[in-house]
Ligand binder design. Structure first.
Ligand code: ATP
Ligand code: MG
Length: 220
């Protein structure tokens, strides 16, 4: 039987995108053999914007620039192009119509997974794709693993390599914890550095740093 195409979905505010995101996605793609990973910056309507948040168009442009020349990683304007607040449950449904025959993998850091029960229709989201929960410096993968409680125990597992992934999926395990060589970088730290007039060298690709400068993002 033909192997289903494997599409990764990596959502976030990406305010801005940084090498921590890129490293995580590259590692998942190469080690787990995903065909492509979509970076999907969220849309946040004006009344819900965090103070100082960059406009969606800038966040998307920075993701596009960061992914240039990185095969298999792709920017998606799916959420930014929609006028409403982004909810994963809707985004997934749209992606499903774009890729009816693919297996969808939802990538997220352990810190983000800790919040899963606050997501709109979170049970449905968990049912609609395979979750790959990643190491994030400062957040424990173990704590993330216990957040769903006993009702989900038989659906969770940890994985170390592509072969584990296939075995786990065959056994019906779809909430998978994957230890990666994550970088201790956050957008919060980058915004703070911009405010302090400090260098972003080694934290974001040059095109992202250039956009932050030219669009005067994060200055207060
Ligand atoms: P902020 O500090 O504004 O929250 P962030 O660095 O956490 O920014 P987000 O856009 O919030 O970036 O994160 C998008 C996704 O990327 C989340 O699932 C998050 O857990 C994951 N992620 C962010 N940084 C890293 C990193 N350094 N290593 C692994 N995963 C990361
Ligand atoms: Mg975050």
């Amino acid at each position: 039987m033909r192997r289903l195409r494997r599409i990764g979905i990596f959502g976030g505010t990406f305010d801005p995108v940084h090498f921590g995101h890129l490293r995580a996605a590259e590692e998942v793609r190469s080690r787990l053999g995903l065909d492509r990973i979509l970076f999907i910056p969220s849309n946040t309507p004006p009344h819900k914007r965090r103070f100082g948040m960059a406009p969606a168009a800038d966040r998307l442009a920075m993701v596009r620039s960061a992914l240039r020349g990185r095969p298999g990683l792709e920017a998606s304007d799916l959420e930014v192009a929609s006028p409403r607040t982004s909810y994963s449950v809707f985004t997934l449904a749209k992606i499903r119509t774009l890729y009816p025959d693919a297996r969808l993998f939802f990538l997220l850091g352990a810190d983000a997974f800790l919040e899963i029960k606050t997501w709109r229709e979170w049970r449905k989201v968990l049912d609609q794709c395979v979750f790959i929960v990643l190491t994030r410096p400062g957040s424990s993968l173990r704590a993330a693993r216990s957040v769903l409680g006993p009702g989900y125990r038989d659906r969770t597992a940890s994985i170390r390599e592509a072969a584990d992934l296939d075995n786990r999926l065959r056994a019906g395990r779809t909430i998978l914890f994957f230890r990666i060589d994550a970088l201790p970088v956050s957008s919060t730290e980058i915004r703070r550095r911009v405010r302090g007039g400090r260098s972003l060298e080694g934290l974001v690709p040059a095109g992202v740093a250039a956009r932050i400068k030219s669009a005067k993002l994060y200055q207060e």
